[in-house]
Design a protein around this ligand. Structure first.
Ligand code: ZN
Length: 380
């Protein structure tokens, strides 16, 4: 199993620079569909409450505007893309230092995620000044998106906010301040099973959602569903790829977690990735049903420079650090003022007129907000 992962990874790395095509596309993978029109996200904006979760809230990953036709990247890598990838993979991990904690830290020497690359793009609706992270994180994201692109080509993965170049506050987020957080939109399919451009659309427990577009009319609604195999493929690539053990948490709604785990178990996914994913996923009060948020531990080299982790610290992380002669530095109480965040009611009001199908969905959605996590070791 280990050997297979190494082979996959090196193949994906070569594919990233356009040298090889790894694996073969699955049969009947549908072509990309034209982009969706601008829409207000129906995601309610809510403070997740739990202070130690430190999760982002408010203006969410989506509110996509002008989703362009998002076909998969062409086989020949554009020279600009190639240069951007070279910049990513030639960067030394010593270049970046994450300081403090995700909720009040800073970033030095942050590396920009390219706006576009093999199998991914930075959300064009987001401020490109919010696409910086540690070298370790940015490289891991590019590798994992490239691995999915090679194995299961289709629409690109869409990354939302990372951090500002020097860290600090991003409006609408309570974390994302130290270069170790990233929002990842789900891969989606339309009602016919064709690839649908990524957009922050809340997914229900059946794995389905609706792109309401104009919230006031049902005429333009498009049913969508979670592309479970590709979303799992990204998670698996992230957790089994280089630096996968540095992923601390994945915030995602409980029912999407369950769908991904069921798929992975049924399809013989990587056992270590399945078990790690089961342990590190957690749904904060803000439900993360339209994207997932991934957080990295402090890189060992950043700890002495003042990088601080938030709970939970898993036994395996303590062991890893102990083996390197290091100890976890835990973040203390929040140092900065918590950003002003909208309540769900304020968010609904700000979204403007809504058709009753939208309000019905939002009412239904309340059932999976702040659900407990019985029996979960690290998700309190
Ligand atoms: Zn986030």
């Amino acid at each position: 199993m280990r050997a297979r992962l190494v082979v996959d990874r090196s193949c994906a790395t070569l594919a990233l620079v356009g040298l090889v095509a790894c694996g073969s596309p699955p049969p009947d993978r549908p072509a990309a569909t034209p982009g969706a029109a601008p829409a207000s996200s129906s995601a309610s904006e809510e403070d997740e409450g739990a202070g130690d979760v430190g999760e982002e809230v408010g203006e969410e990953a989506g509110e996509e505007a002008g989703e362009e036709d998002a076909a998969s990247a062409p086989p020949a890598v554009d020279p600009e893309v190639r240069a951007a990838l070279d910049a990513v993979f030639s960067a030394s991990t010593e270049r970046s230092t994450s300081k403090g904690s995700p909720i009040d830290g800073d970033l030095e020497g942050g590396l920009a995620l390219p706006l576009v690359g093999p199998g991914f793009r930075f959300n064009p609706a987001k401020d490109p000044g919010s696409r910086y992270g540690t070298v370790e994180m940015v490289q891991a994201l590019v590798r994992a998106a490239g691995a999915v692109h090679a194995r299961l080509p289709g629409n690109p993965l869409t990354f939302g906010d990372l951090s500002r170049e020097r860290g600090d506050v991003i409006k609408g987020h309570a974390s994302h301040q130290a270069g170790r957080d990233v929002d990842v939109l789900f891969y989606l399919l339309d009602g016919e099973g064709a690839a649908f451009p990524a957009k922050a659309i809340p997914i229900d427990p059946a794995g389905e959602g609706t792109d309401y577009r104009d919230l006031a009319t049902p005429d333009d609604d498009i049913p969508v569903r979670l592309d479970v195999p590709r979303t799992w493929a990204f998670v698996e690539a992230l957790l089994t790829g280089e630096g996968g053990e540095d992923v601390q948490r994945i915030f995602v709604v409980e029912h999407v977690r369950a769908l991904l785990l069921a798929h992975a178990r049924a399809e013989g996914g990587d056992e270590a990735a399945i078990s790690r994913f089961a342990d590190i996923t957690c749904q904060p009060g803000f439900p993360h049903d339209d994207h997932m948020h991934v957080r990295w531990f402090c890189a060992p080299g950043d700890i002495a420079a003042g990088c601080k982790d938030m709970k939970p610290i898993y036994p395996w992380q303590r062991e890893r650090l102990a083996a390197a002669g290091l100890k976890v530095k835990l973040a203390g109480p929040r140092q900065r003022t918590r950003p002003k965040l909208k309540t769900p009611a304020e968010a609904r009001a700000a979204a403007g007129p809504m058709d009753e199908r939208v309000t019905e969905f939002l009412d239904r959605r309340e059932a999976w907000i702040k659900k407990p996590h019985p029996g979960r070791t690290y998700c309190k």
